[in-house]
Ligand binder design. Structure first.
Ligand SMILES: C[S@@+](CC[C@H](N)C(=O)[O-])C[C@H]1O[C@@H](n2cnc3c(N)ncnc32)[C@H](O)[C@@H]1O
Length: 221
């Protein structure tokens, strides 16, 4: 039997690489930690999405798929499509949501946000929490999300405020954006109406510390 992964012992570059793309047993352990860390932002993002009956929802970067059940429960007959670049996360999310996948209510794809394997104008809502940090050219990814949303469709995007990122892990492969930068990127991608709320959130680090952070919940149509 292999030893369980102790996420608190990972060095900053290793932890960062599994946040950007969780892989194998270490990736599964890191993603499980995120379920607690990002519970607050997901709760607020769900409210902002304002899912309505029969909405077709897209999520970018679903991690282990822990939040999918709550998204489906937010309104009647919601259908969910998720894409993630991590094969480990696609498998893990399929395992967790096997009944909904089998029923055709949830579709989970191994794909990247800069090239969505999806038809134009098919989604009512889109959600992307804690993934914009890893997009090489967010203008491309946001353009792709706008393309697959119906006219008037809403994107809810979540990201840590740049001034709440002093931990060493954030120095390895993350890019953080100010509200002005997020607004400019979203407007350039075709979202006319952008609103940013700053959530004051207590989150749990991989070492088990409880720390305050400012967290942006962006709503764009
Ligand atoms: C830090 S985790 C966040 C997981 C979850 N959304 C949360 O907030 O707890 C980032 C997730 O986004 C995925 N990801 C990163 N870049 C991506 C991209 N360009 N397209 C799709 N998924 C991506 C990673 O594989 C990982 O599952």
């Amino acid at each position: 039997m292999t030893d369980p992964v102790d996420v608190s012992k990972l060095d900053a570059p290793t932890l960062a690489s599994h946040l950007a793309k969780p892989d194998g047993a270490t990736g599964i352990a890191v993603s499980a930690g995120l379920n607690k860390t990002n519970e607050g932002p997901y709760r607020v993002a769900r409210a902002k999405l304002a899912l309505a009956a029969a909405d077709n929802l897209l999520e970018i970067g679903f991690g282990n798929g822990h939040e999918i059940a709550a998204l489906l429960a937010a309104a009647a007959d919601v259908t969910y499509t998720g894409i993630d670049i991590s094969e480990t996360m696609v498998a893990e999310a399929k395992r967790r949501n096997a009944v909904a996948v089998e029923a055709g209510v949830v579709t989970l794809l191994h794909a990247a946000s800069d090239k969505l394997p999806l038809a134009a104008a098919v989604f009512d809502k889109a959600l992307a929490l804690n993934t914009i940090y890893f997009w090489r050219d967010p203008a491309v990814d946001l353009g792709e999300i706008r393309r697959v949303l119906r006219p008037g469709g809403r994107l809810v995007l979540g990201a840590i405020a740049p001034w709440s990122t002093s931990r060493p892990v954030f120095r390895h492969g993350f890019t953080f954006y100010s509200p002005e930068q997020l607004t400019a990127l979203l407007q350039a991608a075709g979202f006319a109406d952008v609103a940013i709320e700053t959530l004051v959130d207590i989150y749990i680090t991989s070492e088990g510390e409880h720390l305050p952070r400012d967290y942006f919940i962006v709503s764009a149509t």
